[in-house]
Structures are given as C-alpha cells and as structure tokens.
Design a protein around this ligand. Sequence first.
Ligand SMILES: Nc1nc2c(ncn2[C@@H]2O[C@H](COP(=O)(O)OP(=O)(O)OP(=O)(O)O)[C@@H](O)[C@H]2O)c(=O)[nH]1
Ligand SMILES: [Mg+2]
Length: 299
Amino acid sequence: MINRLKDGLKKSREGFLGQFTGLFRGSLLDEDFWESMEEILIQADVGICATTKISNELRGLAKKLNIKDPEELKELFKKEIVKLLTINNDNLVDGGYLNLLLFVGVNGVGKTTTIAKMAHKFINSGEKVIFAAADTFRAAAIEQLQEWGSRLGVDVIKHQRGGDPAAVVFDAINAANTRKADIILVDTAGRLHTNVNLMEELKKIKRVAKNELSKGLVKTVLVMDATTGQNGILQAKLFNEALNLDAIILTKLDGTAKGGIVIAIEEELKIPIWFVGVGEKPDDLQNFDPQVFVEALFE
Ligand SMILES: Nc1nc2c(ncn2[C@@H]2O[C@H](COP(=O)(O)OP(=O)(O)OP(=O)(O)O)[C@@H](O)[C@H]2O)c(=O)[nH]1
Ligand SMILES: [Mg+2]
C-alpha cells in the first residue's frame, strides 16, 4: 500500500518537495535557508498560512534547541507537517446503521469513479452498498453509474434523466431499508461552486436524507481534484459554506507535482481528508494517514 502511495506521489516527491533533500543537506541554518524553505513550500502549493506557520514554528524550535545543522531539522520539519495534517477522520461511517454518503464537487473531479472505488472497499469489508444516481443532469451519468453497479454487483436506484435528484435519494433510502443495506453512496451532478441553484439542489438532497435517516448518519463528502491547486481551496470553501462538509477526498494526486496542496487544505479548511486518489485503479484510493503520507512524500 505504501508503495502504491509512493508511486502516486512520485511527481510531488521529485518535483518541488524533492528540493528539500538539497535544502537539508546544506551547511548553514541562516536566513537564506529559511527563505529557500518558504519558497519551496509556496511553490508546492502549501499556501501562505501554512508556510508561515511551519516556518515560524521551526525557527522557534531551532533557536530553542540550538540547532545549527539543517540535517537535524529534517525530522522536526516532518513532525510539524504531520501535526498540521492531523484532523480526525475516523467514525465517518457508523457500523450497524444505514449510512448515507453524499458526494459533491465540480465537474470532472472524480466523483463517480471515487464512488466506485469506495464501494469496492465497503464490499470488501462485508458491507452492503446501494448507489443512488442523483446526477440526473446527464443521461450518460446514469449509465456510467449503472456500468459500475453491474461490475461491482451493486444495485443502482435511478430515475429518468432530468428527474428530481432528491426524489432519487428518497427512493434509494426506502430501497436500502427494504434490502437491509449498510451504505448508500449518492452520485451527484458536477457543478460550479458559484451556481446558487445547483447548490440549493444539493441542500435539498441533504434535507431529504436527514429527514429520513438520523442526522449523524448523513455525511457530505467533497471530492476535490488536487491538480486545481489553490483554486480548489476556494471552491472547497464555498461548498463548505453551503453544505457544511464532513470530509474531503482528494483525487489525482498522481497528476501533480504540487502535493503540498494537502497541507493547505488542512490548514485553511480544517476538514478531515478521508481518502486520497493516486491513480485510476481501485487500490489507488488510499485512506489518508498523515504519518504514512509524510513518509511517502519526503523519503
Ligand atoms: N489519474 C487519476 N485519475 C483519476 C483519479 N480519480 C479519478 N480520475 C479520473 O478522472 C476522470 C473523471 O472522473 P469522474 O469520476 O467521471 O468525474 P466526475 O466528478 O464524476 O465528473 P462529472 O460527473 O462530469 O462531474 C476519469 O477519467 C477518472 O478515471 C485519480 O486519483 N487519479
Ligand atoms: Mg460523475
């Protein structure tokens, strides 16, 4: 698993973050060192807030511990990043109850494929999954989910194209209750975070789900494309304002050299990252563990 993660983070490791290896091999902990460190972090999409925090924290530690050699700072640097990345992502699904996960996000970020990968995981751990085809906007979207459903042996609850997505979810909950399912995964249409009507549609789905299930069992998951960088953070903030997100799944980390976006997300949004996508195969969706992630990124 760690090797898959390492492969997936190759671009980031060899890209900007790879520059750290040289930085920590330097001989002096002078102002140039700190400036280079900050520059690399900013270029790797870590963001101003987290970069300032990391830099201030390490400058303080270096002074306090009287560290003179950059190499000695490396482990402290990694620890600091792990600290920034640690937001509890346990208990997002409650065993023994019917859970509903609502997947939201802009066009093409990877919602539908992520749902299929998640289903694969839940099925492997013995859960019964149901898909709700609440992307009624494109006919092809219903077919795409249906295709995954047949491949994975998951029932798909669907309506006609153009139907009310909230009604699909209502039916999916009834079907899940009858069929004694454990988890409903709801696929929704991609949307611009700036489109008020589409956001209202998602709020309605959420309202309907919370009316039918106990509140704590409905979770809203933002699927975010790592290659969109700082712009993705702006999108996430707007989704969070509208929908109060429970978790983030960050896809396509294999496609960017700026894996530092993970740090910016946790620092600026304080929403747990649940899984990260590092490729298109089912095993390429990996549970996000800050310690393992930092090791894979910097080793
Ligand atoms: N390399 C890579 N590709 C991914 C990853 N996750 C998803 N993709 C690809 O991204 C593309 C878009 O995925 P979809 O699941 O259709 O995206 P979506 O958000 O459902 O798109 P819309 O329904 O149009 O809004 C597909 O080609 C996926 O295979 C990932 O972690 N890495
Ligand atoms: Mg889709």
